[in-house]
Design a protein around this ligand. Structure first.
Ligand code: NAD
Length: 459
């Protein structure tokens, strides 16, 4: 098999074509990584910290090149690509301090003599299976903590983002076998789960479930962050213009291809009409455009298949009574573009209410009060992030208590993640330990309890 990636804004532009590793190459990559585990942990905290800091420095030194590659390979708009590269550096710097973090605690022994210690140790070879939409940041927020605590890492990126992953690992310049890439697709992903010591997956829910099942059957630790179907609740007292600006960014930014994008807008009571009008105006103002232009918010979708799926959803919603109040058409230009789209009156049974479409599209719903809005927001198993727009602190506190989401963002778009705090969804959106922050250090290690007793009974 050949791994290929194309520029989504200009599909004639072939970004990468190279042979996949296949099963044998994947197993060899893991064997090489395993052979390096002992040396990597034996390097010690100071040396690992220096090497991870150098990764950040290398990325910083090549930032412009990486930004261009992200724009070209996955169609991310320039401003967001710059943000991703900056964040990638910051994540490496943050985890470069982690080798110095305490790895356990000292307890009194029950019998009185000696010491009782806990100590977190790495699992061995960490398999990272990643999606294409954050081609540097997601591999980094998995690899940096895994490496910091002494695992070696084999990364299997999405085929669509393989050039970014290869360049990241090349720039990292870590010792041979410590951080490597397996170019490939399904076959390589499966093979990796079959031989690694710990698995961290981000991607779609269907694939995530298969990865969880395979890793669990082997008894290796696994975490998975999967698809989202994120709601935004707008109360009548909200600053409607500001809410519309936040929501249009969360619906159309990067063509809606973020796991935290908003796909269901729930307007409460009298907020409905003014919000609809403000949102239509805001979305109409976001034209799908060349991602390499500084002002672009909404670039192309990742592939023609991805765009066709969204277009089919718009057509079937319209055919069953929905109204397209913004966007809905495919611009006449090369590249997999689609106008940011908002629909009202979508039939209850339509998949737009229950499936992630991963495009610049949202449905507008009406709720009589905050209780109904929270119930609607919670009525999906795929909740990663929910935003609430209000000036009412009591309403915000109520929502923070009752929204069943991994991230609850008051007066902020649902999209947006801080890398130094735990990140993940609820219910079907997430499995296992949280990512990012110090939670990632826990996931990539297992606790050992050590009893240290005197060599002879005391007199
Ligand atoms: P995907 O599930 O198609 O692929 C993800 C990765 O899994 C790729 O590397 C792919 O090659 C690999 N893979 C595919 N089949 C496999 C198998 N059977 N075994 C092992 N590996 C396999 O996802 P995608 O299209 O690359 O990314 C988009 C999806 O990712 C969306 O659903 C989005 O919501 C999700 N996502 C989630 C988060 C989050 O943190 N929750 C973040 C970003 C993206």
């Amino acid at each position: 098999m050949t791994v290929t990636s194309h520029n989504p804004a200009d599909p004639a532009d072939l970004v990468l074509a190279r042979p996949a590793f296949e099963v044998a190459g994947t197993v060899r990559a893991v064997e090489s990584a395993r052979a390096r585990c002992a040396d990597w942990i034996a390097l010690g905290a100071a040396a690992r910290s220096v090497l991870l800091t150098r990764v950040a420095e290398a990325i910083e030194a090549h930032a412009a090149e990486l930004v261009d590659l992200v724009v070209r390979e996955v169609g991310k708009p320039l401003a967001e690509a710059r943000g991703e590269v900056t964040r990638t550096c910051a994540i490496w710097r943050y985890y470069a301090q982690a080798p110095y973090a305490p790895t356990g605690a000292v307890h009194e022994t029950a019998a009185g003599e000696g010491l009782l210690l806990t100590r977190r140790r790495p699992h061995g070879v960490a398999a990272l299976i990643t999606p294409w939409n954050f081609p540097l940041a997601i591999p980094t927020w998995k690899a940096a903590p895994a490496l910091a605590v002494g695992n070696t890492v084999v990364l299997k990126p999405a085929p669509e983002a393989t050039a970014c992953a290869l360049r990241l690992v090349e720039l990292a310049q870590l010792p041979e076998g410590v951080f490597s890439v397996v170019p490939g697709g399904v076959e390589e992903g499966r093979a990796l789960v079959d031989v690694a010591d710990v698995v961290s997956f981000t991607g779609s829910t269907t694939v995530g479930r298969a990865v969880i099942a395979a890793a669990t059957a082997r008894g290796v630790p696994v975490q998975a962050e999967m698809g989202g179907l994120n709601a935004a609740i707008v109360l009548p007292d909200a600053d409607i213009e500001q809410a519309a600006a936040d929501l249009s960014a969360a619906i159309a930014g990067y063509a809606g291809q973020k796991c935290t994008a908003t796909s269901r807008v729930i307007a409460v009571g009298a907020a409905y009409e003014p919000l609809r009008d403000a949102l239509v105006k805001a979305l109409d103002g976001i034209r799908p455009a060349d991602p390499s232009a500084a002002a672009t918010v909404c670039g192309p979708l990742i592939s023609s298949a991805a765009r066709d799926r969204v277009v089919r959803a718009i057509d079937s919603a319209r055919a069953t009574g929905a109204t397209v109040v913004a966007g809905g058409t495919v611009p006449q230009r090369a590249g997999w573009f689609l106008e940011p789209t908002l629909l009202t009156d979508v039939a209850d049974e339509h998949p737009l209410h229950t499936e992630e479409f991963f495009g610049p599209i949202a449905v507008l719903l009406r709720a009589v009060d905050i209780d109904e809005a929270i119930a609607l927001a919670n009525a999906t198993p795929h909740t990663l992030a929910v935003s609430l727009h209000t000036r009412d602190l009591d309403a915000a506190l109520t929502a923070a208590d009752r929204l069943d989401a991994g991230m609850i963002r008051v007066n902020a778009p649902s999209s947006g993640v801080d890398f130094h705090v735990p990140f993940g969804g609820t219910k079907a959106a997430s499995h296992g330990a949280r990512e990012q922050g110090t939670a990632a250090l826990d996931f990539f290690t297992a606790t050992r309890t050590v009893s240290l007793l005197p060599s002879a009974a005391s007199q």
